[in-house]
Structure formats: C-alpha cells, structure tokens
Design a protein around this ligand. Structure first.
Ligand code: B3K
Ligand code: ZN
Length: 874
C-alpha cells in the first residue's frame, strides 16, 4: 500500500462548479448519472482531469457532448484520467453499483432494506467518478428515483424542490443544496421511515423545518434528539453568533453505521445509538451521548461544512474544533460551575484512557499527521480529543473574549473555503494580538509532553518558586522534540485549604496561567506568607502528564480543599493510583494485600459531603481503570492489575458499607425519570454505591441489586443493577440476564448492552464469548453488535483477553480477519486493540506477535488493517 504525505499536497487540476446527480435506486443495480461542469484551475500544474472511482462500473462517459472512446482516457481500479481536456468541460458519466452487496457501509449501502450513504472520508468515489477530495467544492442538485411502496421517503442535501410520480410504481424527489460543498458531505436516504418534525424559529426571525427520521416503531424515542437539536441551534446562535443557514435540517437514524454520526449538509445521518432514547431503553450516559453527538454534527455545519479542510491531513481543523464546541455545549447545558467541572473530568479521563496510550504507541501521530496509508485510520482520539485540547488552549491563552474574536475572524476570512490548521491559528493570533508561532508544535509534534514541577518556598523572602521543565518522548519518525507552548494554570493553597492570592508577573488572582515556552523556566510568586501546597495544571489546562512529587499529606490536603474541582479529583486519583500500583506489585509477588485507613477515610469524607454535587462525588470515588493502571507500568500484568483493583473495590465496599448504603438511600430519584445532569448525577452516585456494595458479594449488596433490578423504572437503574449482579457473581445473575433479554429482545440497542455487559464481566472467558457469538441475536456484520461483544471482550475485559495461553489473541486475529473481509473500517478499529503489545511480559508478547503476524500474513488484507498491523509490528 502507498503512503500519502502532507508535504505532497498539490491543488486540483480542475474545479467543479456544479454537480447534477441522478439516481435510479435498486439494491442490485443502481444507476448513477452525473453531469459535472468543470473549469481548469489556473493555480494547478496538473493538466489532466483526475477522477477517483472504486468498486463501480463505468457505463458511459461524454465530454462536452461527445462520447469518449477508450483512447481518450485511462481507467484503472482507482482512477479515471482524461489527459487532454479543454479549460471548460461538461462531463457526463454513467456508472453502475450494487448497494446490497456493499458490506463496508462506506459509499451507498443498504441497511434493513433501506438505502443510506456514508461518504467521509473517501466514500463518494464508490458512488461515481469524481475528484473526491475536500478542496473541490461544488453546488449539487440531486434527483432520486425509486420504488414508491418500498422507499416512500427520498432525502438528500439542502432543499426539496420537486417531487412526484413516475409511473410503474416509482416516484422521484429532486433536491438542491444552495451551498458549495466537498463530495464527502453528499448524502442520500431512500427508505421506509417516519419522522418527528417541528418548525423552529431562528434568531433572525426565519423558521426552519427540523426533522428526526427513524423506523416506524421508534417514533417514541425521538424527543431527546429533537430537543438536543433545538438546544444546539440556540447555543450556536448565542455563544458563537452562528445561525442555521438552511430552511430544513434533517437527522436520520440507521442501525448499521461504522461510527457515531455524519454531518452531511442538512442531512445528518446517525447511528441509532445517538438518536433513539426513552427512559425505558436508554441510560443517562446514552442521553448525554445523544446531546453531545447531535450538537457535534450540528456544529459541523459551520466548522467543517461552511469552512472545510483543504486536505485530510487538516482533519483536526474541523474535528478538534467541533469536539471543543460540543464539549462547551454540553457543559453550558448543565449550567453550573460544578457540573461543568464534571464534564471536564470526563474529558480528562478519555484522554488518559485512550489518547495518551495512542500517543505512546506505534500509531502515534501529530494532531495534524504528516502521512497516512488509509485516512480512515486517522479519525483518532488524537485528531479529535487532543485536537479539542489544542483549541481549548487557545481559549486559555487568549481568554474567552479574544478567542471569540478569533472565531469571528476565522469565519470572516474563510467562509466557503477549504483551509488548513495554520489558517485557524493565524486567525487566533491576529485576533488575539499574539505570536502563536511556537504553538504550531502542538500540531506537528506527536507524543504527550511531560511537565515536571518543583517548588521551593523561601520563608524569609516570602517567595515561592515553581520550576517547570518539559520533555516529550520520542514517537515513530520523531526522535527529538522541541519545547511546546504550554499554558499551566496554577494555584497555591494555604494550610487552611484556601487559595492564596498570587503575585506573579504582575498578576493578582488565585489562579495564574503560567506560560511555559522554554525547556525549563522558574516562576516566582512573591508575598507568599506561608509554605503553600501547589495545585498545578488546574482545569487540566494542557494535555500533558504532570510530574510532581506530592506527598500523601499534600494530596490529602488538595483532595479535601482544592477550589479547582478537576485538581481536587486529580488528587484523589493520584492517591488511588499509587495504592493500585503498589497492590498490583504485591499481587504479583504473592504478598498480603492491605489498604490504608487514611485513604479510605478521605473517600468517606468526600462521599458524605453533601455540599458537593453527587456527580462530583461519583467521579471522586471512581478508581482509575485497569488500562490506566496498565499505562503506568513498565511491564503490564493484566491479571495482577485486575486482582489489585478488585481488592481495592471490595475493601472500600466493606469499609464504607454504612456510608455507601446511606448514599444509596439519599440519592434515590423518585418520580418521573429526567435525564438532566442533577438527576443523572444522583443516579450515578447511587449506582456507584450499589456497585461497591455488591462488589463484596455480601448478601446485602446482592439483595439490593436484585431489588433494584426487579423494580427499576428506567434503563440506567436497570443495567446498573444487572451489572452489579453479574460482577458479584450472584446466583441470580443468569436468571436476571434472561429476563432482561426477554423484556428487550425487540430493542437492538438494549441487546447491545446485554452482550456488552457479559463481554466485560471478569467471569466471562473466551469460551463464553464464543458461545455468545453463536446466539441467534449475534451478527458480526452489524458494527454496533460486533462492538458490543467482540470489541468489548478484547478491549474491556483485560484479565480474560490476556489469558496466559494466548487464546484471546488468537481470537482477536481470527475476528480481525473475518471482519476485514466484510468491513475494513470496523476491522481496523479492532486491530488497534493490539497496539501496545510490546508492554507485556515476554511470554504474552510472543503470543501477541504471533497473532499480529497471522493478520499481517493474510494476502487480501485491506489497507486499513494492513497499516495498523504493520505499524504495530514495525
Ligand atoms: N465526520 C464524521 C466522521 C467520519 C469518519 C469517516 N471514517 C463524524 C464526525 O466527526 O462528526
Ligand atoms: Zn466531527
């Protein structure tokens, strides 16, 4: 496979002004007629017309009215090239595809008998020949023709301009998108669906038609998506002054989808998981996911669609920015400072759980990658979540007001264009009046920077000196790194736990944003009247690892008092992590295990502190995950980690039994279910208490879980109870699983939960997974289902997956290979789960290597999986 380099970017030889598409939709034989009006691009050296096309059959090709013969063009399985073309060209192309045979869910495909498309990043070339690159932006008109009884609903981007009958049972709909767009934003839907719709008033007085389209039985699960869409529109008007630019905005849910959702202009297509919800089937986490993803896709309309990427290396230009926007949206929807902090803690958790490991593994890449084999492999936590952190740092460095000015300037300069991350940075620098040239390294250097902090208090001079030193580990292709521009937010706590007033660089506040730009720098705070406890990297002001040799006393002080909730939580995580690592070593050495009372008492205090939000207390009591512990170890021992963490859970469950029970009772949410953050937080804390109580397998814990399972009025409480029963190894767990299945066998998304809960249970071994794969409801072709069972086992059940005999890895190889022949994008995601194989003990490594080589040895492997396994083995 061929590697593509960012530095090789060249502008396209021809631009496309207008695209007229005609679809005669048939699952076996869809005919696509395309008419492109193209003009030579004076800025390009490329003379030929270059069109991408894959897995389609060329039926006819005319240029300016004349049919081209085989001598006039070159055609292979990837490109159609017309070497000699005049400056103004009308191309007419007819192609043929078989959507029903398309198992990749990329391009035009069939799901449950309905037609859908997915074109980002390079799916459009599976529909018709086209310069399928984001810097070619054109206006589209789309004519859809299909059987009316089977496909009563025909949708595409923009506005519906005509519809009618065709005779012999077929009908048509014609759509026109008034905005120029790249081909990856094209979409169509031809389906039997119903919708919830509403006219919504926009800030400028116009009204827009909003629709949420789903299969017939799901109309009772569309309220929250609709509400979230309206909230998103409002929020973007208020926070960024951005309005909906169409008369109509549609969301369509589909059960077979490779990722979360897609921001096609005016016609967002969503995984059902991020649309369908009612209290009976969806959990608080599902509700929060719907709000975030509906927001995310809607916000793309400006950050992604109106202004798009010049090339795919710039992906974070739209993704990092749009994740930042959806994060801010979710935080603003909660409204309170403490609620905002909990969303921030969640973001930090995601980074540590997924992005830091990526940055430290064989697929490490900068936020703006320099090369790739398969672009679909670069829709990563680095591009998305680290990219969002980079955007957040602009806001931290510039302040909210000037950040907003930077956004305004970005839209003013680039609306309607395909641009680069440098253009965004320039807008921020110009509007903010700051030199952000060093900041560019956040885009170009991979790896997680480590900031080492050392403090020195001088009681005579009343000064506190904080020395910050940065380094960044080597990553593939980047041996040496240059210093980053790192905003480090710092506060100092006095002995009474209150923030001291800070005097540094002329500032007077309780939190100072120190800017570390050199390899090392010492910052001096003056007028410090007592030896402080430093609270460093408040609100997680930069995506770095902070090293500071905190004593337990200092951490306990921060855990009880830090006014910054993120660092308060962080202190607890540090206390927990230190213990988990020690205990893991003790398990491996066969030593007796013990957990100190100081730590338990600190947890007890937080747990009972009613002045804190329930959601925060839940976060504070949640232990670092097994994979986060693994990340801290030189040589990972999954079974020892699991046992150590289970020991801590049980010990807490026993020691805090009374307190947990009290919180369990105090945080009940009687009355009608509401997904709001306050209620969700209470349920979260209550269900965490339940999990701890059940983790001891005590009669009390199990009875409590059983009772909750039997009487739960919503899915959040029901799955929490079921999970508690399963994890406790309760005798009644099997019966509960069965009744759960029977109650929800019509609800695909709930059955996904049913598979996932079992796949992640520590008692579920490979044999049990194989048995579940033989269950009638299992279907590897459906990505949600494959993820719920196969992925969850490989990624979320470490102690079983890493069985010493290597059977888990052999299973992994087998599944990657099976999936790859159906759906390379999904297969490649699973392939990533072996990234960190070099961090395990030699015996495990040998098995893992064998599994990787087995996959690499497959001749007909997709580029997607090939890239991942070869980088892992390199
Ligand atoms: N832009 C899409 C992701 C497309 C993934 C292609 N493999 C969804 C999103 O980020 O909003
Ligand atoms: Zn996105």
């Amino acid at each position: 496979p061929q590697t593509i380099y960012r530095k090789e970017y060249t502008p396209p030889g021809f631009m496309v002004e207008t695209v007229e598409l005609g679809f005669d939709l048939d699952p076996q034989r869809t005919i696509v007629a395309s008419r492109l009006s193209m003009t030579r691009n004076p800025e390009s050296q490329v003379r030929a017309i270059e069109l991408h096309g894959e897995n389609i059959v060329l039926v006819a090709l005319r240029m300016n009215g004349t049919t081209l013969s085989k001598r006039d063009y070159r055609l292979d399985d990837k490109m159609l090239v017309i070497p000699n073309a005049p400056d103004e060209v009308t191309l007419e192309i007819e192609t043929l595809t078989a959507p029903v045979k398309n198992t990749t869910l990329n391009g035009l495909y069939v799901s449950n008998g309905n037609f859908f498309t997915q074109c980002e990043a390079e799916g459009f070339r599976n529909i018709t020949y086209f310069p399928d690159r984001p810097d070619v932006m054109a206006k589209y008109t789309v004519m859809l023709r299909a059987d009316k009884a089977t496909y009563p609903v025909l949708l595409s981007n923009g506005n519906l301009i005509e519809e009618g009958e065709l005779g012999d049972g077929r009908h048509f709909a014609k759509w026109e998108d008034p905005f120029k767009k790249p081909s990856y934003l094209f979409a169509l839907v031809a389906a039997r669906l119903v919708c919830q719709e509403e006219m919504f008033k926009l800030a400028d007085g116009r009204t827009a038609l909003l629709q949420v389209w789903v299969e017939e039985g799901n109309l009772d699960k569309t309220d929250y998506a609709m509400q979230s869409l309206k909230n998103s529109i409002r929020w973007d008007e208020e926070r960024f002054g951005l309005e909906l630019d169409l008369d109509r905005f549609m969301i369509v849910a589909v059960g077979d989808f490779n990722m979360g959702a897609m921001e096609n202009k005016g016609l967002n297509i969503f995984n059902t998981k991020f649309v369908l919800a009612n209290p009976r089937v969806a959990t608080d986490i599902d509700y929060a996911g719907i709000e975030a993803v509906v927001g995310h896709e809607y916000f793309h309309n400006w950050t992604g669609n109106r202004i798009t990427c010049r090339d795919w290396f710039q992906l974070s230009l739209k993704e990092g920015l749009t994740v930042f926007r959806d994060q801010e949206f979710s935080a603003d929807m909660i409204g309170t400072e403490s609620g905002r902090a909990v969303t921030r803690i969640d973001q930090v958790r995601t980074l540590r759980q997924a992005q830091f490991p990526e940055d430290a593994g064989p697929m490490a890449h900068p936020v703006r990658p320099d090369s790739f084999v398969e672009i679909n492999n670069f829709y990563t936590v680095t591009v998305y979540e680290k990219g969002a952190e980079v955007v957040r740092m602009y806001q931290t460095l510039l302040g909210r007001e000037r950040f907003r000015k930077g956004m305004d300037l970005y839209f003013e300069r680039h609306d309607g264009q395909a641009v680069t991350c440098d253009d965004f940075r320039a807008a921020m620098a110009d509007a903010g009046g700051r030199d952000l040239s060093q900041f560019e390294r956040w885009y170009s250097q991979a790896g997680t920077p480590v900031v080492r902090a050392e403090g020195r208090y001088d009681a005579d001079a009343l000064t506190y000196e904080l020395t910050l030193t940065q380094r960044c580990p080597a990553t593939p292709g980047q041996e040496h790194k240059l210093p980053f521009h790192i905003p480090v937010a710092v506060g100092l706590l006095g002995a009474d736990g209150r923030d001291l007033h800070l005097n540094v660089d002329g500032l007077d506040a309780v939190t100072a944003v120190l800017e570390l730009t050199d390899a090392s720098r010492t910052f001096r705070f003056s007028g410090v009247k007592e030896a402080p406890t430093p609270s460093i990297l408040r609100d997680f002001s930069a995506p770095v690892v902070l090293e500071y040799d905190y004593t337990d006393t200092e951490l306990l002080h921060l855990f009880s008092h830090d006014s910054d909730p993120v660092n308060r939580w962080e202190a607890g995580q540090r206390l927990a992590m230190a213990r988990l690592l020690k205990l893991t070593a003790a398990v491996a050495a066969g030593d007796t295990l013990a957990l100190d009372a100081t730590f338990i008492d600190a947890l007890r205090k937080i747990l009972a502190d009613a002045s804190l939000d329930a959601a925060f207390r839940e976060q504070a009591l949640l232990l670092p995950s097994e994979s986060m512990i693994a990340d801290q170890m030189e040589v990972v021992n999954p079974q020892a980690i699991h046992q150590a963490r289970q020991f801590v859970r049980r010990t807490i469950g026993e020691a805090l039994r009374v307190d947990l029970r009290a919180q369990y009772e105090a945080n009940q949410t009687p009355g009608a279910y509401s997904p709001d953050a306050l209620s969700a937080g209470r349920r979260g804390l209550k269900n965490l208490a339940l999990a701890y109580l059940a983790s001891t397998s005590s009669e009390e814990g199990i009875a409590l879980a059983q009772a909750q399972f039997d009487t739960a009025g919503n899915m959040t409480d029901r799955v929490a109870a079921l999970a508690a029963l399963i994890h406790a190894g309760a005798a009644s767990a099997q019966a509960a699983l069965q009744s759960f299945y029977q109650d929800f066998d019509n609800e695909a998304l709930v059955i996904d939960k049913w598979f996932a809960m079992q796949a992640s249970a520590p008692a579920t071994d490979l044999a049990a997974v194989r048995a579940l794969m033989r269950h009638a409801a299992f279907n590897i072709k459906n990505p949600n289902r494959a993820r719920s069972l196969v992925f969850t086992f490989c990624v979320g059940n470490a102690s079983q997956f890493h069985a010493p005999d290597g059977s888990g890895y052999a299973f992994w190889a087998e599944q990657v290979i099976a999936l790859d022949s159906l759906n390379p994008q999904v297969a490649s995601r699973l392939a990533r789960s072996m990234d960190r194989w070099r961090r395990y003990a030699p015996a495990l490594q040998a098995h893992m290597k064998k599994a990787l080589q087995k996959v690499a040895g497959v001749k007909k492997l997709s580029n997607d999986v090939r890239e991942v396994v070869s980088k892992a083995l390199a």
